[in-house]
Design a protein around this ligand. Structure first.
Ligand code: XMP
Length: 325
């Protein structure tokens, strides 16, 4: 049978056979797939792998540090962080339409990743690009292509788009035969911390699609604070495995009247969107214990001054999607 250790051994051997004495780059998203793919390639070829992390300024509290500190500490990987928050916020200024936001974030992401990659590639010849494609992704996109696992075609994924025509890479996809739970086991066995291997799904466009209205630095700060509280309390209540994910959404263009201390407030609502799901194609709203909801609500309204109301989304998918945008 396939044990986690034997999966690792065989995959590491396959990566060595494919890459030879070449070099590789890997884009880290903060998610489990890219982290485990990178950790496997690191184990196989050591510092001939360079990881690139695009900080678009739309991550949640602590996520950049998880990549910069925890991932690097666990793997010893060489990491290049592309600081791009200003650029993304500039491009998003005045934009409220969800599809427009996604397009802008996707486009900027590719540009920043290209530039960062070009810098890495300029120093050394880099022939390989690591991607965290899973078995279900392979099946979904129409099966294994004719050239097997050594293809020069950069497949467009909704997190990482295309790359420029003048940089040609062969793809290294060490997770191509694995399901998500196997990826988590491999990551844990490789020493990646639970915050990375146990991470729930999080969209590539990040908090940019969880602010309903224009994305600004202040609004991101408000949402980040509320989200951190919700995640902290859900984790403390032991609900992380029961919940598929719980988007926290800021209704930035809505205000409501409230009262706090002796004063009237006129703040924004925060929406909790806890869902239970098998595959994100359909989802049910999670019946959170009331005492957990109460703690989250009390803490957010006390600790995040711009927020004076917390509501729960009780819509299944369909008809609602998991994310609000
Ligand atoms: P929806 O909102 O369509 O979300 O019900 C289904 C799942 O996909 C995630 N999601 C994304 N993931 N890039 C991603 O990598 C995206 O643009 C994106 N949009 C939604 C969402 O969090 C949920 O897990």
């Amino acid at each position: 049978g396939w044990t986690t250790a034997s999966i690792i051994d065989e995959t590491v051997e396959a990566i060595r056979a494919q890459v030879g004495d070449g070099r590789a780059i890997c884009g880290l998203s903060g998610g489990v797939d890219s982290a485990v793919a990178a950790a496997l390639v690191q184990r196989a070829i050591g510092d001939r792998l360079t990881c690139v992390f695009v900080d678009h300024g739309l991550m949640r509290s602590g996520e950049r540090e998880q990549v910069e500190k925890d991932f690097v500490a666990a793997t010893g990987a060489t990491l290049h962080v592309a600081e791009a928050a200003d650029r993304f916020l500039g491009a998003l200024a005045g934009v409220t339409d969800p599809e427009q936001k996604r397009k802008i974030i996707g486009r900027e992401f590719i540009r920043v990743f290209e530039t960062a990659t070009a810098e890495v590639v300029a120093d050394h010849h880099v022939g390989f690009l690591v991607q965290g494609t899973l078995y279900p992704d392979v099946v979904e996109s129409g099966g294994v292509d004719g050239s097997g696992n050594n293809t020069a075609v950069i497949k467009s994924h909704h997190n990482v788009g295309g790359l420029p025509d003048d940089i040609e890479f062969d793809l290294v996809e060490p997770l191509r035969a694995l399901f998500k739970d196997e990826v988590r086991s491999v990551g844990a066995e490789l020493g990646l911390p639970e915050v990375i291997v146990g991470r729930q799904p999080f969209p590539g466009p990040g908090l940019g699609i969880r602010i309903i209205g224009e994305v600004t630095r202040d609004r991101l700060e408000t949402l980040r604070a509320a989200d951190a509280i919700a995640r902290e309390e859900l984790t403390a209540a032991g609900l992380d495995r029961e919940i598929w994910q719980c988007p926290v959404v800021l209704l930035a263009d809505v205000r409501s009247v409230g009262v706090q201390g002796d004063g009237r407030t006129y703040g924004h609502p925060i929406v909790l969107r806890p869902v239970s799901s098998e595959d994100a194609m359909t989802a049910d709203w999670t019946r959170l214990p009331y005492e957990v909801v109460e703690r989250i609500s009390t803490r957010i309204t006390n600790e995040v001054s711009e927020v004076n109301r917390v509501v729960i989304d009780v819509t299944s998918k369909p008809p609602g999607t998991i994310e609000w945008e």
